[in-house]
Design a protein. Structure first.
Length: 334
């Protein structure tokens, strides 16, 4: 999660791969014998004599692999798997759950799975993979000693991220041209066309991605949020904050007294804390929240903050956002 915490750079990870593990559990996938290689999100190439089959993955990355038929032996998540949006509706039978809180991974249990690959996003701003950033439990960082870590980079587009995991799945033996995968991509393309049509119909609509908390209001910086960059590229006017935190540039941090620094027409609310009643509740808890005209008008919609990994999930979120754009008033913030 791109939570609000101090971040320091971490060292680059070792990428030597030792072939290990058996092929006798239902959590593994059929793949070619090898050799195998994949270009990691940090640009380094990971190679192996054999194609990895015993995979531990971070939640969103696991969802991406499973969308292509690759089932990991273990998953670690940043929240309970029952509420993680990546994992809803997925059959997790036979998969060991190694953590359900950011920064806490059961490495002993992970080691018992004899992994030969760990799959986790690469975060350029933090120079670390998901679950191994600065601030996590030190014991959890020992996960990187069990097997090499690879993952697509959280960069300029969710489409790039999805394609990165499609390439990884293909390298692991998945049939990425299967009919159900083509149908998921087609649904995304249809949702995207409708999203672009809605934004074109309201060229003056401004939106701001936000996340309120007890002590501050956080304004997302699209430069470090690939889904927001996609929205901008597709015609939505997502506001870029003036002064992102130099130490953790995902956000600009506003005091509650300055919550109304920006006046968008529509608020994109961090989906990790969004509920149907959250807007009204924050208005009662922090009256300056309603100093934002869009908040006062109830012009808010959930923003899929930092979790999207698949074409299907992106299609669903675009459909929700398109509905909100169609209902939005371009003049609320003026």
């Amino acid at each position: 999660m791109r939570t609000w915490r101090p971040i320091l750079a971490v060292a680059a990870l070792s990428l030597s791969l030792a072939a290990c593990g058996s092929t006798d559990t239902p959590a593994e996938t059929a793949a070619s014998a090898g050799p195998w290689q994949f270009t990691n999100g940090n640009g380094e190439v990971v190679k192996a004599d054999k194609t990895p089959t015993r995979i531990i993955a971070h939640a969103g990355e696991a969802a991406a692999l499973m969308s292509f038929g690759i089932k990991p032996v273990g998953i670690y998540a940043d929240e309970p798997v029952k509420t993680d949006p990546n994992l809803k509706g997925l059959d997790l039978t036979g998969i060991e759950i190694l953590g359900e809180e950011w920064g806490k991974i059961d490495v002993e249990k992970a080691a018992s799975l004899r992994p030969d690959l760990i799959v986790a996003d690469w975060w350029p701003a933090e120079k670390a993979h998901s679950g191994l950033e600065e601030g996590v439990d030190e014991k959890s960082k020992k996960l990187k000693e069990l097997a090499p870590i690879v993952g697509a980079s959280q960069g300029k587009s969710i489409l790039d991220l999805a394609e990165g995991y499609e390439n990884l799945a293909k390298s692991l033996g998945a049939k990425v041209d299967a009919p159900e995968i083509a149908a998921s991509k087609k649904r995304f393309e249809d949702a995207l066309a409708k999203f672009k049509e809605a934004t074109a119909a309201k060229p003056n609509l401004t939106v701001l991605a936000m996340s309120p908390s007890d002590d501050k209001v956080y304004v997302a910086n699209p430069a470090y949020a690939p889904e927001l960059l996609d929205f901008q590229q597709w015609g939505l006017k997502v506001v870029n904050p003036d002064t992102p935190d130099p130490g953790f540039p995902y956000w600009e941090n506003l005091s509650w007294e300055n919550a109304d620094k920006y006046q968008p027409d529509l608020i994109l609310w961090d989906g990790r804390s969004y509920t149907e009643t959250a807007n009204a509740e924050w208005g009662k808890k922090q009256p300056t929240w309603f100093a934002i005209k869009a908040a006062k008008a109830g012009a808010v919609v959930s923003w899929p903050a930092y979790w999207l990994h698949t074409y299907g999930h992106f299609a669903t979120e675009l459909e929700k956002l398109t509905t909100a754009i169609k209902a939005a008033d371009e003049n609320i913030g003026s």
